[in-house]
Design a protein around this ligand. Structure first.
Ligand SMILES: Nc1ncnc2c1ncn2[C@@H]1O[C@H](COP(=O)(O)OP(=O)(O)OP(=O)(O)O)[C@@H](O)[C@H]1O
Ligand SMILES: [Mg+2]
Length: 265
């Protein structure tokens, strides 16, 4: 059995009287694409915020390549190659594509023997081009982000992740506001990330999207994992039923979800 890239074990998180996570265990292998499904308020975003150091869990552990880690804040998880792409993509509208990709992590060069450090725009432009090319996306790195379409903004957000050697890219409902064509492009990009050996966790309400990209599907409900499947082990109807009722339809009773925390072969 290979060591997972990330393992979250028995994660619990409450906000005052609201229990968002009731002991959640999931793991993801290097290069694996995992679809995280569940109804509103199931705890998906909260779980990902624990993984990215936005929230600290009340209980439970995170391990990275087999070692227990504490992600005190998002910079620490990011330093481990974990990049979260938020639904609004959190880009700076007034800056160009290149600056957005390097925002907060600018490449600088020395002048006067290191007395002065200035931005290395040439290198950042070149690296921006390389990253967008590797995703098969054509955008001028000098274009202001405010002039981009939703799909292009998303590409920039993903490019931002790639430029810094992400090991895991998390996408929280990336297709919520996209047209059909853009959804297809995102599915392509997700597959491309897989080819590049980057693990992906994609949170979505769209079953077709989950089945199109995922190596594994994990279903959450009311703060717990209620099912884990390979896409061949269940169909969209089964999963939809599981999402809303917490159990599979009677006709598919043989597809019992695995016991908590167990790994598929
Ligand atoms: N910062 C917070 N303060 C208080 N309650 C919160 C906070 N964040 C999440 N919650 C609560 O935790 C529960 C899980 O929310 P979460 O956002 O993780 O759900 P989700 O599965 O991402 O849902 P959605 O599909 O609607 O995005 C909800 O009941 C939500 O109201
Ligand atoms: Mg959410």
């Amino acid at each position: 059995m290979s060591t997972p890239l990330i393992a979250l074990t028995d994660i619990q998180k409450s906000f005052g009287a609201v229990t968002a996570l009731r002991g959640v265990t999931i793991d993801i292998d290097p290069g694996e694409t995992l679809a995280l499904l569940g109804d509103n308020a199931a705890g998906k975003s909260t779980l990902m915020k624990v993984l990215t150091g936005v929230y600290q869990p009340d209980a439970g552990t995170i391990s990275y390549a087999g070692d227990t880690v504490v992600f005190e804040n998002p910079s620490v998880s990011r330093a481990h190659g974990i990049e979260m792409i938020f639904q609004d993509f959190a880009l700076a509208d007034n800056l160009d594509v290149r600056s957005n990709i390097f925002l907060g992590r600018e490449v600088k060069r020395n002048l006067l023997g290191g007395l002065i450090r200035i931005l290395n725009n040439k290198e950042m432009t070149a690296r921006t081009r390389t990253v967008l090319d590797s995703l098969d996306i054509e955008i001028d790195p000098r274009l202001k982000v405010r002039r981009l379409s939703g799909g292009q903004r998303q590409a920039v957000a993903i490019g931002r992740a790639l430029a810094f050697e992400a090991k895991l890219v998390i996408m929280d409902e990336p297709t919520a506001n996209l047209s059909v064509a853009k959804v297809e492009k995102l599915i392509e990009v997700t597959k491309r990330l897989k080819e590049l050996g980057i693990a992906v966790i994609i949170i979505t309400h769209r079953m077709d999207e989950a089945f199109a990209v995922a190596d594994r599907i994990v279903v959450m409900r009311q703060g717990s994992v209620v099912g884990r499947f390979r896409p061949t082990e269940a169909n969209e109807t089964d999963i939809a039923h599981l999402i809303s009722h917490g159990e599979l339809p009677p006709s598919h009773a043989h597809h019992q979800p695995e016991t908590k925390g167990a790994r598929l072969s």
